[in-house]
Design a protein around this ligand. Structure first.
Ligand SMILES: [Zn+2]
Length: 410
């Protein structure tokens, strides 16, 4: 069972009835990853996992028992007469969970093989949990004249809820063969072992978010800067993400990153590893800063031996500091590990400087031609990769600190 990070949720109920959305035009809520089945109040999309795939109308009064989701012919109609609504009404979904009496109101329900993802109605929150906890889903007509707000939803006790995330032009679509590289990334911070007293996990999450985003920009810019090395598919992808301003400046929009507070919908798990589970062996001769699942979605940071990772500002001429007096720069470390996640193996130091050399070096904190070449092949490969959270190191996929770095919390 997945546990949520404890988060304080303001109990502010935000109503967005009709079209009274007040968000900036392009700020859209981050979608949950595509599931097998997605249900909106008026239409259900049955996907993989159902014998018949397609869109089905969800009519007024429909009740869908969990076991019958794939079989629209078996959907029931609640014969309850609808209460008259003196104002406008619009459809929402009601979801009933095991052992609960009240229906939870939702704007949408996405079901993956194991999980449900609810966009809660009346709260800017999403909820996630085990799919088998759902008993039934129905269409409900919500009357805008309802004085009372929807009651606090009766979710299963092990469900996880989090504030809804908003980002510009964000989606989880996969534009290339490599399905790990997608249009929008989301991550969940998992803690392994026991953090030292006073460890600021929120600050760590912020540093990860910023290094993650910049690492994506660094890799994507590497492609843009080496147009001649690209395949036609990747060249088209880069062109689709590049715009030129009236002044002649080109702007590259790299995939975005949001931090989630429930693991269920995250496309990446970033682990803060405080030791004890053997991920970073004690006896190792070298200081391994981080590891990642090669062709996967899990990155583990060695918090036992590195007291502090920080995203440090880039200096001029693509120069990046490896560390300061107190902290290791997370940016080059994360950029390297993300390379492994995409499927890039180590580039031996004997071949030349590269971000993907096995040892961190200030000579290669940005992608070199060797890196770009390896990245292009990785992106062209048809790979699905391991699921987020699967951390099993079959190959050397860590990153060693320079040999003159002393062990210990520096
Ligand atoms: Zn490595």
């Amino acid at each position: 069972m997945n546990k949520c990070a404890p988060i304080a949720l303001a109990s502010i109920i935000v109503f967005f009835i009709g079209s009274s959305f007040s968000f900036a035009q392009h700020l859209i809520s981050v979608a949950t990853p595509s599931g097998q089945i997605s249900i909106l109040p008026e239409v259900a999309k049955l996907g993989a996992g159902c014998p018949k795939i397609g869109s089905i109308s969800v009519n007024s009064g429909v009740v869908i028992d969990a076991a019958d989701i794939c079989e629209p012919a078996r959907w029931r109609n609640s014969n309850k007469p609808m209460a008259t609504c003196p104002a406008r009404s619009f459809p929402v979904l009601g979801v009933l969970f095991q052992g609960r009496r009240d229906w939870v109101l939702a704007e949408s329900v996405v079901l993956s093989k194991q999980h449900f993802h609810l966009r809660l109605f009346g709260a800017m929150e999403d909820a996630h949990g085990d799919r088998q906890d759902i008993v039934a889903i129905k269409r409900v007509e919500w009357c805008t004249a309802n004085a009372s707000s929807p009651s606090r939803p009766e979710l299963p006790s092990d469900a996880c809820r989090e504030p809804r995330q908003f980002a510009v032009a964000f989606d989880y679509g996969a534009p290339l063969n490599n399905k790990i590289f997608i249009n929008g990334f989301s991550f969940y911070v998992r803690v392994a072992g026991h953090p030292i007293d006073g460890f600021d996990i929120e600050r760590a999450g912020e540093d990860i978010r910023s290094s993650f985003g910049r690492a994506l920009t660094i890799w994507t810019s590497g492609l843009q800067d080496n147009n001649a090395m690209l395949t036609p598919t990747i060249r088209t992808f880069i062109r689709s993400r590049t715009s030129t301003t009236a002044g002649g400046y080109t702007l590259l929009t790299s995939p975005q990153v949001v931090q989630l507070y429930c693991p269920h919908a995250a496309t990446f798990i970033v682990e803060l590893n405080f030791g004890g589970d053997g991920t970073f062996p004690n006896s190792s001769l070298f200081l391994t800063l981080a590891k990642s699942r090669l062709v996967g979605r899990t990155i583990s940071l060695n918090m036992r031996d590195v007291a502090c990772f920080r995203t440090m500002p880039e200096m001029t001429n693509d120069q990046v500091a490896l560390r300061d007096d107190n902290c290791v720069n997370l940016l080059p470390v994360f950029t390297h590990e993300l390379g492994h996640a995409f499927g890039i193996e180590h580039i031996p130091s004997a071949s030349g400087w590269a971000l993907m050399n096995p040892v961190l070096s200030e000579n290669a904190t940005m992608p070199t031609r060797l890196d770009v070449n390896a990245f292009v092949s990785a992106l062209e490969r048809s790979v699905t990769g391991a699921s987020p959270g699967e951390l099993e190191f079959r190959e050397a996929s860590g990153l060693q600190a320079p040999s003159d770095w002393s062990f210990g919390r520096k």
